[in-house]
Design a protein around this ligand. Sequence first.
Ligand SMILES: Cc1cc2nc3c(=O)[nH]c(=O)nc-3n(C[C@H](O)[C@H](O)[C@H](O)COP(=O)(O)OP(=O)(O)OC[C@H]3O[C@@H](n4cnc5c(N)ncnc54)[C@H](O)[C@@H]3O)c2cc1C
Length: 401
Amino acid sequence: MEKYMNDLIIIGGGAAGLAAAVAAKRSAPSMQVTVLEKKDKPGKKLRATGNGRCNITNTALATAPSTIAFFESLGIPAREDSEGRVYPFSESAPGVAEIFTDQLKVLGVKLQTNAPVRAISVEKGCFAVETEKKLFLGKTVILATGGKAGPAYGCSGDGYTLAKALGHHVTKTLPVLTGICCEDLPEALKGIRVKGKLSLICRDKVVFSEHGEVQFTDYGISGICVFNLSRYLKYLGEEKLEPYTIVLDLAPERSFAAMLSSWRRDTVLGEKACVDAVSGIIKPPLADLLLKQANIKEKRKLSELSVSEISALDGHLHRLRFKPVSTMGFKMAQCTAGGIAAAEVDGKTLASKIVPGLYFAGEILDYDGPCGGYNLDHAFNTGRCAAEAAVAAILQGDHHV
Ligand SMILES: Cc1cc2nc3c(=O)[nH]c(=O)nc-3n(C[C@H](O)[C@H](O)[C@H](O)COP(=O)(O)OP(=O)(O)OC[C@H]3O[C@@H](n4cnc5c(N)ncnc54)[C@H](O)[C@@H]3O)c2cc1C
């Protein structure tokens, strides 16, 4: 087997690995840096981010100015939207991946694609990193293999296996930022989008609430607020969602109780079937579901309802219930919750506290953020920090395995 000697080996050419490679070469141009990427080109997931627009950071993050400056240094100016989400000015995720790839060439980083790493061991004071055909020796290693989310982009949890073999522990991993499958959703809801306040209730306690748009799909619900809610299902896992109920408030800032009462007394509107009256307030397929949950027959006339039934109707406009049964899993998830145990990693340098010379960056770490640029920001920043720390350790002769 051919052998190659390196100062730094970066395993994984995604957002974190690419940022790490650039940062390492900028800090120490003469160092031998190699990126080993499993897929046929780097940044497969990066190219798909932000619906092809690549939401790189969020102005709510303290790290946003540094991420924006890093992008500008690559020749990628940024722009932000009204909600603080920051994108490359071009709004082109593939464009960002191409610029990173070009930078690697310009800086002299060795990029090996179609090179899935199968094993890492420590041999005679350095790391031995094995792909199918080659052996790479390195003074330092950054594990930037991502998590398990989006296996189509190359992430199937390899990094956890590699880290475990070196003595690390991995906390429970769960798919987050994903759609949620719900029980007994009427077929007619498919394709409907509604705005409202979405909450997650666990044993009578509200554990998450967010305003946003909910999209009904063939499996359940999707949309940014649903993705963000999915992060709060993580602790019990997909298979145990019994204690959870999802509640949608279709009119968070408004009560329809007085209006419904006056319609009930009105000689014309009072003659309307309940389903028709409610369909004047919300989308018709939702009206069917609401009446079912309020236990009121669709065809009953509004004038026939009691005062308490009118109040129940208004109440259900504010608490349409859905029973989650599972998430859409890692295949469709945008992120992995859980990862390399935080206690085993130095929070500043991202250095392993178990194996000297080993560093972690990106989604492999036990971090997950909401939608809006948090996860890419984390990947770019941990990648850069890990690379700078690895280079500093080599320069100080402090990297010994
Ligand atoms: C569809 C989609 C859209 C998203 N949009 C956004 C967004 O707009 N903003 C945001 O903040 N976040 C977004 N995310 C999340 C974000 O993309 C990830 O959190 C981020 O890419 C993680 O970076 P990473 O480098 O740690 O992992 P990845 O980007 O997943 O890269 C890991 C790399 O390691 C490689 N690899 C894995 N195993 C091996 C191995 N054994 N040997 C060699 N290489 C290996 C993989 O092929 C991959 O290229 C999105 C995710 C998805 C799936």
